[in-house]
Design a binder for this molecule. Structure first.
Ligand SMILES: [Zn+2]
Ligand SMILES: [Zn+2]
Length: 896
């Protein structure tokens, strides 16, 4: 007899089991692969990252795929690593410094970077430890970091090649600028939040008729949320099909106060239905206007200083803060009668995610990658289905973005990151600030691009060289991730074996930032796609549908959940409630699903294993002595294997969990375990019990790796080894038997019908009732007779007979099971008059409530005035009551 604890405690087991997998190097993949390769690269979490539910979902899915493929015999590599996360990490360290009253500028670049590396060493692996706690089976020996030597070489190599191909240049661009922090921010770091702002309507007079603008209609009305930016206006844009502005074809407008001439630009992209249909164009202070300006060759008038004050180009407003200037301008416009009105206007505004200051879009010189030439093949491989998106709807989103791709701004004005590998010669070039040097063509004199600092200027021999002060966007290293982690630009066997990788699992927010760019980089530098399948999962939200965020306080901490119910339960729960690509609505009680299931599995396994007589397991399954129930459960196991296999292969993870859950709980535990206790052939039943349990554990292992490994350890037989590296189950078709399944399902329906009748009529559980089966044919009658033991035991009844068209005895309740009628005599077991009275009483009570609701719903003014959801709730209640009344009446009627 085996000794297995009555309760499974995940806290006592999960970390121990994980350590033993690591010790045995079971996550390690060899290259060259002896077997077929399967590879996934992890979306590298930031070194500042703390595991949240989004990570938990993302990495559980990857671990399921990897464990499943590993069991299928693939040489499986899950490539892990972390991202240096430029601005995020720099900010964390700067915050630490601020506590000591020190700014990064006080330390200087070199000392500051030392601090960041120190921080990384101490805290940068937190997220890795947390991924291990989740059970991730990454090949940790291969862990990479976007700023380690190999990956830094890849970044330099790519920059140099793109520069050589004329695909990298430096030019003016609008960036997100935080006037308080004095730094550029990436788009992700300018958090968009709705604010209660104002929309101001202003008259722009037509040139030559300025005076008239005050009284009549010789003006154009523009609406803006930032009147201070009008100081930098150079044009007004309208749609060429907008009849309201057709007369402006040959006119010029005049910018109020400043009196600058403004061109009227006709552009299809202007939405005539937005605002007044006339758009003021400020190329130096708005990204949309910047593009418009580029398209129409407009001047860029930058009116703001780095600290958010107005510069000399702002005339009388020079020196004012931008918000102070806003009020002053509105006041001046009012005095000149060029102000129409203002209205409240809720709109999204970027805020510095670090200090919450309103971000100012600002013109500055930046490095860019020309994306159009790279995008062409990225479009073609998706159209040709060489890369597939799951769910398929993302294909369109991807293609749409790729077809409208814009140049990628890759420089950042921070210190933590890959420094731009460009040096300027102070003797060849004249400049004050290296940032202002234009690099518009490859091979320009005095500009050196290379992996190592040059000793002297190749053009003039001068040693007065200066490196570009900026660093590269963090995504400039992550877009190389699928091949840089495998050793590129070196030639490695890992690249030969594992590239292209098989699947990428990621969130929708980074399809453009990351997925699309990886596809382009793979095609450009490896000449092949980086992955075949892209699975895009949903966003984790709270139960009301709101995205989880720290500031809202609706976050559920995965580590806390793991501490309470275990990693297995977390994984099973989150996967069960997530249909393909849909958002996940989480609340803490959802994890009970996984916990209860783990307990159910443990209890069933423990029962099977503790009652095992090992001698009876010798030899294979004797096919000729299999009972109806044996054939049924073996058939269903085959079916479940097929379902799980098909679900995983098409990234429908919740379908896999539902199939396993239903099989384990409602077939194996509810029925087969009970039936096996009555088995005539104990040895065969035990063999079936163990074989099916084996199948269950294997199917479940990718989703619940810990508990399945722990139960596996207790399975009979020598040298069972690790479930993690065991063979994925294959259906054994010789055990699939459709007729046994049909028969067994009929028996189950019969037993369930008798049980329901007993429950409805309040039959005491100690009483036995008599059951007569009236079959529609001989086979049906034989089925009931041959399995009378099961029927009698499981439904606490005595089967008085099973015949074709048996006559109905009196005082019986009838139920229909397929074509078979089942008559249950309850007369002896309950006081029928009392029960009838009880049920009639219930019917009356329900009908009273029902008529109340019907009256309410018949009341016109209630239906019209009450909120829709209240009315719908009442309707649902009415339907429920009607159904209950009908059921009660049916049951009364079934008594004869
Ligand atoms: Zn800031
Ligand atoms: Zn030079």
């Amino acid at each position: 007899m085996r000794d297995i604890p009555t309760r499974y405690n995940p806290q006592e087991n999960e970390e121990r089991i994980y350590a033993s997998w690591e010790k045995e190097k079971l996550f390690h993949a060899e290259a060259p692969a002896a077997k077929k390769p399967y590879c996934i690269v992890i979306p590298p979490p930031n070194i500042t990252g703390i595991l949240h539910m989004g990570h938990a979902l993302n990495n559980t899915i990857q671990d399921i795929l990897v464990r499943w493929k590993r069991m299928q015999g693939y040489d499986t590599l899950w490539m892990p690593g972390t991202d240096h996360a430029g601005i995020a990490t720099q900010n964390v360290v700067e915050r630490d410094l601020a506590k000591e009253g020190v700014k990064r500028q006080d330390l200087g670049r070199e000392k500051f970077l030392e601090r960041v590396w120190g921080w990384k060493k101490e805290y940068g692996s937190t997220i890795i430890r947390q991924l291990k706690r989740l059970g991730c089976s990454c090949d940790w020996d291969r862990t990479r970091f976007t700023m380690d030597d190999g990956l830094s070489n890849a970044v330099k190599e790519v920059f140099i090649r793109l520069y050589g191909d004329g695909l990298i240049y430096k030019g003016d661009y609008i960036i997100n600028w935080c006037p308080r922090c004095g730094t550029a921010l990436s788009d992700e770091e300018a958090e968009h939040r709705d604010i209660d702002g104002m929309l101001y309507y202003i008259k722009y007079p037509v040139k030559g008729r300025e005076k008239l603008a005050v009284e009549n209609e010789d003006y154009v009305v523009v609406a803006t949320t930032r009147p201070e930016t009008m100081l930098g206006d150079v044009a007004v844009a309208v749609n060429p099909r907008d009849p309201r502005y057709a007369h402006l074809k040959d006119e010029t407008l005049v910018l109020p106060i400043v009196k600058r001439d403004l061109r009227v630009v006709f552009d299809e992209d202007v939405d005539p239905d937005f605002g007044t249909g006339a758009l003021k164009v400020t190329p130096a202070h708005d990204p949309v206007d910047f593009e418009l300006g580029r398209k129409h060759g407009l001047e860029r008038v930058n009116v703001m200083n780095a600290d958010g004050t107005i510069n000399a180009l702002g005339g009388d407003y020079e020196g004012m803060d931008r918000f102070e200037c806003r009020e002053a301008i509105v006041e001046d416009l009012k005095q000149r009668k060029l102000f129409i009105r203002s209205e409240e206007h809720k709109h999204a505004v970027g805020h510095c995610y670090r200090c919450h200051t309103v971000v100012e879009p600002r013109l500055s010189k930046q490095w860019f990658v020309r994306m159009k030439p790279l995008a062409a093949e990225g479009i073609s491989v998706v159209k040709k289905k060489k890369i597939r998106f799951y769910p398929g709807r993302w294909t369109k989103v991807y293609l749409n973005w790729m077809e409208n791709i814009r140049d990628w701004c890759i420089s950042r004005q921070i210190w933590w990151g890959h420094r731009i590998p460009v040096w300027y010669c102070k003797d060849c070039l004249e400049y004050d600030d290296a940032r202002d040097v234009d690099v518009d063509e490859p091979g320009k004199k005095g500009i050196y691009v290379g992996a190592e600092p040059p000793e002297k200027c190749p053009a003039c021999g001068s040693r007065r060289l200066e490196q570009d002060p900026d660093v590269l966007d963090t995504w400039f290293s992550s877009w190389l991730w699928p091949f840089s982690t495998l050793g590129w630009p070196e030639k490695t066997k890992e690249l030969d074996v594992f590239y292209p990788t098989d699947a990428l699992v990621t969130a929708q927010e980074i399809i453009f930032f990351w997925v699309a760019r990886m596809i382009m980089a793979g095609l450009k530098f490896r000449g092949d796609i980086p992955f075949r399948d892209v699975y895009i999962h949903g966003t984790v939200r709270d139960s009301t549908g709101t995205k989880m965020s720290k500031s809202l306080g609706n976050v559920i901490d995965p580590l806390e959940v793991i501490g309470q119910v275990g990693s297995d339960a977390l994984r099973f729960s989150i996967i069960s409630i997530t249909s393909q690509g849909q958002d996940v609505f989480l609340s803490k009680d959802k994890f009970e699903l996984g916990r209860n299931f783990a307990n159910k599995l443990w209890n069933a396994s423990r029962y099977v294993l503790m009652n095992l007589d090992e001698n009876s397991l010798e030899g294979g399954l004797p096919e000729d002595s299999l009972s109806l129930a044996d054939r049924w459960i073996l058939s269903l196991l085959n079916e479940t294997i097929d379902k799980v296999q098909a679900s995983l292969a098409s990234y429908r993870f919740n379908d896999a969990t539902i199939a396993i859950y239903d099989f384990v709980w409602h077939k194996y535990c509810d029925w087969y375990l009970e039936i096996s206790k009555m088995a005539g052939d104990r040895s065969t039943a035990q063999k079936v019990l163990v074989r099916v349990l084996e199948g269950i554990l294997k199917l479940l292992h990718p989703i619940m790796p810990f508990i399945t490994e722990e139960i596996w350890r207790n399975m009979p037989g020598e040298g069972a080894g690790w479930i993690m590296t065991s063979k994925w189950p294959e259906p054994e078709r010789k055990y699939s038997d459709a007729s046994s399944v049909e028969k067994m399902e009929k028996l189950i329906a019969l037993i369930t019908a008798v049980r329901n009748i007993r429950a409805f009529w309040n039959v005491d559980h100690r009483s036995t009732v008599e059951v007569l089966a009236s079959a529609s044919d001989q086979d049906e009658a034989a089925l009931a007779k041959d399995n009378s033991v099961y029927i009698e035991k499981l439904a606490s009844c005595a089967l008085s007979g099973a015949e074709v068209d048996a006559e109905r005895p009196s005082q019986t309740v009838a139920a229909l099971v397929g074509k078979m009628k089942v008559y249950v005599s309850i007369g002896g077991a309950v006081d029928l008059d009392r029960e009838k009275a009880r049920i009639n009483g219930k019917v009356q009570e329900l009908e009273k409530c029902l008529s109340g609701i019907e009256k309410k719903l018949g009341n016109r003014s209630f239906v019209e005035k009450a909120p829709e959801e209240v009315v719908n709730k009442e309707k649902a209640k009415r339907d429920r009551f009607r159904e209950q009344v009908a059921t009660l009446r049916d049951n009364l009627a079934s008594l004869q």
